[in-house]
Design a protein around this ligand. Structure first.
Ligand code: DAH
Length: 353
């Protein structure tokens, strides 16, 4: 018994010395194993406890355990110290240097403008609707009352998915004037196609806007690009008037561009509205450009034939629709003079918004 008790202290001291001298994490773990691992020297001492008598055991056990607790605490402290040391810079560091700034991305200016427009329309109860960019002639043209010989349908202006004329047998079935016919597919030239999809999928009333990408066979220049973005609006209810349309457009543009915005409607022609208008826009910025008005959108009262096409009763329902280009608005808002800048993804440009 005396020998056993006498062994504890020197063994513990030796273990502590070795633990505290371990130069790194790996060495420390090895030292740990050598002392308090299953085959460790200190563990061996503990195993001898069982050779003591019943009377000797409690006092001896207490001492051995206290020593073990001390060893474990020393092990933890050394481990922490070594980890901290490993984390310290190996070369001299100037802690007074400014921090490294992490560059934050931001939304593309077109996305920012789109979100602002959507926010303005949400305030007055419009929901956002969506439709496919690959369309068929029915939704893009026929249902919108656009005749087959209309120039917009020309292969010179529209991207058809089959370049050497459609092979009608393999085309999807669509509907023209109530009959099922094979439909050539194309990249939508405007978001107006979504008007048809929404009206066909739900009964009136309708109050939607449709932001989305559209495609036209234009050569890129400062004001044109083969892909650009539009926002379509459609409002169908009973007793809807041009006054509602004008008030809505005015509200949204004032939200977007400031209180000094003025709106003007000019008679125009679209096959899916009657009467139809072009919307002109002016504010201080437009004046500064040396202009009185800038054409910004097309709109009108939904044509009764369009209502017929989607199964709404034109004797009951009235509505208006509009469509405008998002790039145009963004260019006005930020004073950008070349539409192509939006698509180049040059951060020197994008950083400005
Ligand atoms: N779709 C027309 C365009 O792309 C814009 C437009 C005009 C949309 C009149 C409409 C509308 O909804 O009623 O130029």
């Amino acid at each position: 018994m005396a020998g056993f008790l006498d062994d504890i202290e020197p063994l513990k001291q030796a273990a502590l010395e070795e633990l505290n001298a371990a130069p790194d994490g790996a060495a420390l773990e090895q030292t740990k194993g050598a002392w308090i691992g299953p085959n460790g020297k200190f563990t061996a001492l503990m195993k001898q406890l069982s050779t003591l008598t019943k009377e000797e055991k409690p006092a001896a056990g207490k001492l051995v355990n206290a020593a073990k607790v001390e060893l474990e605490a020393a092990l933890g402290a050394r481990r922490e110290a070594l980890e901290l040391a490993a984390a310290l810079p190996t070369r001299p560091t100037d802690f007074t240097l400014p921090g490294r700034r992490r560059a934050l991305g931001k939304l593309h200016p077109l996305t920012q403008v789109t979100e602002d427009i959507v926010r303005a329309f949400r305030k007055i109860g419009f929901a956002v609707a969506d439709g496919p960019e690959i369309e068929d002639e029915y939704h893009c043209f026929d249902a919108l009352n656009t005749p087959a010989d209309h120039p917009a349908r020309d292969a010179q202006d529209t991207f058809y998915l089959s370049s050497n004329g459609p092979d009608h047998s393999s085309l999807p079935l669509g509907e023209v004037g109530g009959t099922r016919v094979r439909q050539p597919r194309l990249l939508r030239t405007h978001t107006s196609s979504v008007q048809i999809r929404v009206m066909k999928s739900q009964p009136p009333p309708v109050r939607i806007i449709v932001p989305g990408r559209v495609y036209r066979r234009d050569n890129a220049d400062a004001t044109h690009n083969p892909t650009f973005h539009q926002i379509e609006g459609l409002y169908v209810d009973q007793g809807v008037t041009v006054g509602d349309l004008k008030g809505t457009v005015e509200f949204v543009f004032q939200e977007l561009m400031g209180r000094d915005v003025k709106i003007r409607f000019r008679p125009h022609y679209f096959s899916y509205t009657e009467p139809s208008y072009e919307i002109d826009f002016t504010n201080a910025l437009v004046k500064k450009m040396g202009k009185d008005w800038l054409e910004i959108a097309g709109c009108g009262m939904v044509h009764p034939q369009v209502f017929e096409n989607v199964g709404y009763d034109p004797a009951v329902w009235t509505g208006w629709a509009f469509g405008f280009g998002i790039e145009r608005i963004a260019m006005l808002r930020y004073g950008i003079n070349d539409i192509r800048l939006f698509y180049e993804n040059d951060v020197r440009f994008l950083r400005n918004f």
